[in-house]
Design a protein around this ligand. Structure first.
Ligand SMILES: Nc1nc2c(ncn2[C@@H]2O[C@H](COP(=O)(O)OP(=O)(O)OP(=O)(O)O)[C@@H](O)[C@H]2O)c(=O)[nH]1
Ligand SMILES: [Mg+2]
Length: 450
């Protein structure tokens, strides 16, 4: 595919700020900017320079005083000519410059299109492109560390080394397949398949084992706070996020809509959702809230089921206990600062949203449930996204099936189909075998100007 147009976008967040950056990429990037620039002759300046001057309109009127960075192809973010204009950070001035640039022949970029070009032009692979977004969206030290490892090519190298091994094996089978009459060759082929698939399976299993920790660090944990009315769900949310975000009253049915908050516990981001207390009600608004709570429960990875420790268990509590029994959950006995009633049916982790007692224990328990401290990162794969994890799982299945075929001495063609599948599925991680649709879908999730 030949990319011959020039794209532009505001790469900073629009709003009043010290500076905005307008970025262009494409064959004509330098030519376009130089046609609206008063200062050095940008077409003849060195690459990797910053040039002071003014953006002027067709009448020669100054629109803004700017700094223009020039990156000549191929040593640029996209491998194309890239220009970055540092403008003053006002909405109006930035939009005017952007319009001017568009009038000179650039086109507004789509979300992620700069990074997409870096990928299409072969500077980075798909996993590295995805890591760019991970760096941007990282909200904890660990998430940033993982994103940086992926961005510097660790995942790419891991996947490509697996693919190379598969490639050699496929080549060997293809050569041997030409001599089916030699039983020895068949035996050697089967042995090779078993040996190579076993080693690949082991490597992938190790990477997947590590990936679960990484995924949690990268994506955080979707956590729902659930319980009957008035047990202290909103108080718990507020206590955890250390902010008075949700309304708390002693009236049952206070929370109607869902309230969200985020907290970093020992390096893991909890995406918390406080919900309407669940009970039988005729109130139409409360009913909608309860419906939403149940909907959110389905998406949640962790349920904090709140019971009121100052009261006896009720039917509603039992109903909720049953409803959440197949989810990863922590049953909290809240309000331990008050009279403790016996909760015999289930084991609770006792807390007080009011005095904060027990909250450090809760945080520890969550970390324990989701992070296996004994697992490190020795595979070097840095697989952390759900997309990569599911593809690796697919590859694993195909490899196991190829191994079984060889062990059972089935026709080698059977194993070959599976090996080829594994090879292609791994290629979806790095983008080697990705379709245009998949690539478009992935980049559409990016920010504008990146
Ligand atoms: N003593 C004590 N009171 C608490 C504690 N947690 C919450 N409360 C009180 O319990 C009442 C209900 O608290 P909320 O946080 O609004 O309860 P909720 O579960 O969100 O209630 P709904 O939104 O109505 O479902 C309020 O009066 C809180 O101050 C606690 O740990 N100890
Ligand atoms: Mg509430």
């Amino acid at each position: 595919m030949v990319i011959d147009d020039t794209i532009c976008a505001v790469s900073t967040n629009l709003g009043e700020s010290a500076i905005n950056i307008i970025r262009l990429s494409g064959n004509d990037a330098i030519k376009i900017v130089s046609s609206v620039f008063l200062g050095a002759d940008l077409k003849n300046v060195e690459s990797w320079t910053i040039n002071h001057g003014f953006i002027i309109n067709d009448l020669g009127e100054r629109i803004d005083e700017v700094l223009v960075s020039i990156f000549k192809a191929p040593r640029s973010y996209t491998r194309e000519n890239v220009v970055e204009i540092n403008t003053h950070g006002g909405n109006y001035v930035t939009s005017r410059i952007l319009s001017l640039i568009i009038s000179k022949g650039a086109r507004l970029a789509e979300a992620g299109e700069f990074t997409k070009r870096a990928f299409l032009n072969g500077r980075i692979d798909l996993s590295e492109a995805e890591a760019v977004m991970d760096v941007i969206s990282a909200r904890s030290k660990k998430a940033l560390e993982i994103a940086n490892k992926e961005l510097s090519g660790n995942t790419h190298q891991f996947i490509e080394s697996l693919r190379k091994e598969l490639e050699s094996l496929l080549l060997l089978i293809t050569v041997n397949i030409d001599y089916p009459e030699y039983e020895d060759e068949v035996k050697i082929t089967d042995n090779e398949i078993v040996k190579t698939t076993s080693s690949l399976i082991e490597k992938i299993q190790k990477a997947l084992e590590e990936a679960e920790n990484m995924r949690v660090y990268r994506e955080g944990i979707k956590t729902i706070i659930l319980g009957k009315p008035n047990v202290g769900k909103s108080s718990l949310l507020n206590a955890l996020i250390k902010e008075d975000k949700a309304i708390v009253t002693n009236i049952s049915g206070t929370t109607r809509d869902i309230v969200e908050g985020e907290v970093n516990i020992g390096g893991i981001i909890l995406h918390l959702i406080d919900t309407a207390g669940i009970r039988q009600t005729d109130d139409p608004i409360e009913k909608i809230g309860i419906f939403k709570s149940i909907e959110k429960l389905n998406e949640a990875e962790l349920v904090l089921l709140v019971l009121d420790h100052s009261q006896k268990m009720s039917e509603e509590d039992r109903y909720l206990l049953q409803m959440t029994q197949n989810k990863k959950r922590i049953i909290l006995g809240n309000k331990t600062d008050l009279n403790k009633e016996k909760i015999e049916e289930v084991e609770t982790l006792d807390v007080s949203a009011l005095t904060k007692e027990g909250l450090p224990l809760l945080e520890e328990k969550i970390k324990e449930m989701f992070i296996n401290e004994e697992i490190g990162d020795s595979s070097g794969a840095f697989i952390s996204s759900s997309r990569h994890i599911s593809l690796l799982n697919k590859a694993l299945l195909s490899l196991k099936s190829a191994k079984d075929a060889a062990i059972n001495k089935e026709y080698v063609d059977m194993a070959m189909i599976d090996l080829k599948d594994a090879y292609d599925v791994l290629g979806l991680i790095t983008g080697k075998t990705a379709s245009d649709t998949l690539i478009d879908e992935l980049f559409a999730k990016f920010c504008l100007g990146k």
